[in-house]
Ligand binder design. Structure first.
Ligand code: NDP
Length: 388
């Protein structure tokens, strides 16, 4: 694999991903050396991206130019002849590794492909993961895991039956700032959890996008952005799920958001009485809410605060002990560094036959909360969650 992008690759990524890849395509070997990482293994696992959209081309494909344990080797797309071929040329994988969606199961016969990464609209994750399991390949699916708990159950069962690993694209779990919060929560360094708040919003005119169509998206910003706040609150609670949920949905622009919510406010209650006040919107940040992309957790004897929580890079976080800083993470300002860490971790788990730390069960746990939010938003009533 070449680590320097060819002009063709640059052109392709630039066109389809708004130039996001330029920084990200720096040689992984240079970064690995700078980070004092071990030498490259001889065989990198092959990853096929299913769905060549903004995230696959803008973040995952460039991240796969920098990973040490896996590489981009194939793709599935609605347009194998054109987009698929351009992708193969730009990223240097064989055209024989380009598939149509209805041929994903035939990846079984392709030894180049070890891992299938599903990056399609939310409601399609289920069918694509099932096809990947049928192909006998390990699989990562993007968030939200599906559009229902039933989707998650079907994916978990299919992968278990096929004997393959199922992982989520939870990139934040591989961010050192989030890992520090997870460590603090796990070891109860600041004592019991008291309260949380979080927001992930965008000022998005998603008119015409699948993101406004319930059949493809499953819902509005809760499915897309709110899951980050839900997931962060569960991490801050050391993996515990909330026990009750209340939510309120609002639509200010019905001409765009006829099918899904535009804004969702939600409260998650945890077993010890701690609450998380959450907000997610396609209509811009909550007025006076303190930022569109933030998370805060108060514990008995301290706090964790992310003024910049969910970006691809440039995470800022502090605890009651002071500003967090990870100077040893040399590439943390690249906008694919979380994805590269996430992909390498999954590849190592597959290679070493150890379970991923972001399994399907984790996606299902979050989807249980998502379902309760939508149920509560219907009538404003509190919904209790039953332990799985
Ligand atoms: P895009 O709309 O940019 O891309 C989705 C791709 O899915 C399309 O380009 C298309 O690829 C494929 N596709 C297959 N069937 C359809 C269909 N019926 N309608 C539209 N597209 C279809 O979306 P994103 O890349 O932004 O999002 C894809 C997934 O990734 C979502 O689940 C999203 O939540 C997740 N995501 C995760 C992020 C993260 O940080 N973890 C960030 C952004 C997104 P093709 O033409 O090749 O078939």
């Amino acid at each position: 694999m070449t680590s320097t992008p060819s002009p063709t690759r640059r052109q392709f990524v630039g066109t389809l991903a708004a130039g996001a890849a330029a920084l990200a395509l720096a040689p992984s070997s240079t970064r690995a050396a700078a980070a004092g990482a071990p030498p490259l293994p001889t065989k990198k696992l092959g990853v096929a991206l299913v769905g060549l959209g903004g995230y696959a081309i803008g973040q995952l494909a460039p991240a796969l130019q920098r990973t040490q344990h896996c590489r981009l080797i194939g793709a599935a797309t609605r347009d194998p002849g054109n987009k698929g071929r351009q992708m193969a040329q730009a990223f240097g994988f064989p055209e024989k590794n380009i598939y149509a969606y209805d041929k994903i199961a035939t990846m079984r016969d392709n030894p180049d492909i070890d891992i299938i990464y599903v990056v399609t609209p939310n409601s399609l994750h289920r069918q694509d993961v099932l096809a990947a399991a049928q192909a006998g390949k390990h699989v990562i699916t993007e968030k939200p895991m599906g559009v229902s708990v039933a989707d998650c159950d079907a994916m978990i069962k299919a992968c278990r039956d096929a004997g393959v690993q199922l992982g989520l694209g939870y990139r934040n779990n591989f961010d050192p700032y989030f890992q520090e919060m997870m460590r603090i929560a796990r070891w109860q360094e600041f004592g019991a959890l008291k309260a949380m708040s979080g927001e992930f919003s965008g000022d998005i005119n998603a008119a015409g996008s699948w993101r406004t169509q319930k059949a493809l998206a499953g819902g509005g910003p809760v499915m897309d952005l709110g899951v980050y706040v839900i997931h962060a609150s569960i991490l801050a609670a050391a993996g515990e799920s909330p026990v009750a949920v209340t939510a309120k949905a609002t639509v200010n622009r019905p001409q765009i958001y006829a099918d899904v919510e535009e804004i969702m406010e939600f409260t998650l209650e945890f077993a010890n009485g701690a609450k998380c006040e959450g907000f997610t919107s396609y209509g811009g940040p909550k007025p006076g809410g303190g930022g569109a992309n933030r998370f805060h957790a108060d514990y008995e004897r301290g706090f964790v605060d992310f003024p910049q929580a969910f970006n691809y890079n440039g995470t800022h976080a502090m605890t009651s002990r002071g500003l967090l800083s990870f100077p040893n993470v040399a590439d943390q300002n690249d906008n694919t560094y979380q994805q590269a860490r996430q992909l390498d971790d999954f590849a190592r788990c597959v290679r070493d036959n150890v379970p991923t730390s972001v399994p399907g069960e984790m996606g299902r746990q979050d989807m249980t909360v998502v379902e309760a939010i939508y149920a509560s938003a219907k009538d404003g009533g509190k919904r209790t969650l039953v332990k799985a």
